[in-house]
Ligand binder design. Structure first.
Ligand code: TRP
Length: 329
């Protein structure tokens, strides 16, 4: 079994893209690999969230992960700040992380451009903390999206550098976990690109039925096919892609043939899609609510997860301290 580490920032909540994409794969993967899933609440602090909101967001994401089928008896599920060993590893790694390379990171430059009034040191060292998250468990694999590839590249660079400086082969080179075709990409409802929390084009697992209906009915379409079997425009193809995830095969077939014969009514298509999304999401939403109302369960899960993560972390720090010469009498 390989070790896999995945972190999610505790901002916002999960949308259909997360659920049918990465999360479905995590639920399968947890049985095949030794998985560490954690909520990166320290990382969230870079944007100065309101303390109450931070707590609520951590609780939301955790409940959503559990409701989606991440099994805390199988995977190690924890909150980053419950394992403060990661901050020590981050500090130790930061001694070999150069300001220049951190300043050149795309995510840092992006943040500087967007929020010039909040260029804090935590933002600059964000990739060091992320490397510490990963190397804390000496991960072989990290499932990451495109936007995180550069951070993972830096992680490998820090690992190699550490090994080289101290003449050890201690840290592995953590590589992306590639789900290949199994990774479903859910598009947004605005006609182009994928569903994402920053785009405001998403349906959330926590959305009530009527909100789902409203959002779907507002989805971008086109003026309709004018010739039989004409190719689909992106907005229409996107609607069918979402259908692939939630609707029955004969339903999809039905609307595809209506499209091909130019008889399709987008209103009907969207109504069907909304109901099928609701059918898929409602049970998960109920589970999320159940879990959220059970603080005792959440407490048990996070304590147990933290304990397991700390065990792995303690071993790494014991080794790293010794390698770096931090031991006394
Ligand atoms: N930076 C990641 C994101 O924004 C979150 C993250 C923090 C992470 N630490 C990690 C992801 C370690 C994978 C491994 O999505």
């Amino acid at each position: 079994m390989k070790r896999v580490v995945s972190g999610i920032r505790s901002t916002g909540k999960l949308h259909l893209g997360n659920y049918f994409g990465a999360l479905k794969n995590f639920v399968t993967m947890q049985h095949d690999e030794e998985c560490f899933f954690f909520i990166a609440d320290y990382h969230s602090l870079t944007t100065h969230p309101d303390p109450k909101a931070l707590h609520t967001n951590v609780k939301n994401i955790l409940s959503e992960y559990l409701a989606a089928g991440i099994d805390p008896n199988v995977a190690t599920v924890y909150i980053q700040s419950d394992v403060p060993q990661v901050t020590e590893l981050s500090l130790l790694l930061s001694m070999h992380a150069y300001i220049g390379e951190l300043e050149r990171t795309a995510s840092f430059k992006d943040k500087v451009r967007k929020n010039p009034e909040n260029v804090n040191a935590g933002l600059l060292t964000y990739p060091v903390l992320m490397a510490a998250d990963i190397l804390l468990h000496r991960a072989d694999y990290v499932p990451v999206g495109k936007d995180q590839e550069q951070h993972l590249e830096l992680t490998r660079r820090f690992a190699r550098r550490f090994n080289q400086i101290y003449g050890v082969e201690y840290f592995p080179e953590s590589v992306p976990y590639n789900f290949g075709k199994a990774l479903v990409k859910i598009p947004g409802l605005d006609g182009n690109g994928k569903m994402g929390k920053s785009e405001g084009n998403g349906i959330y697992l926590s959305d009530p039925d009527d909100v789902i209906r409203k959002k779907v009915m507002k989805a971008v379409t086109d003026s309709g096919p004018t010739e039989p079997n004409s190719p689909m425009s992106e907005p229409i193809a996107n609607i069918f892609t979402i259908m692939d995830a939630v609707s029955a095969a004969d339903t999809i077939e039905y609307f595809k043939s209506k499209y091909a014969s130019c008889e399709i009514r987008y209103g009907d298509l969207k109504k069907q899609l909304a109901e099928d999304i609701i059918k898929a999401v409602a049970p998960v939403r109920e589970k999320i609510e159940d879990i959220k109302s059970n603080d005792k369960y959440l407490h048990e899960v996070t304590m147990e997860g933290a304990e397991r993560a700390r065990k792995s972390a303690d071993q790494t720090l014991k080794d790293v301290r010794e390698i770096m010469g931090i031991y006394h009498f």
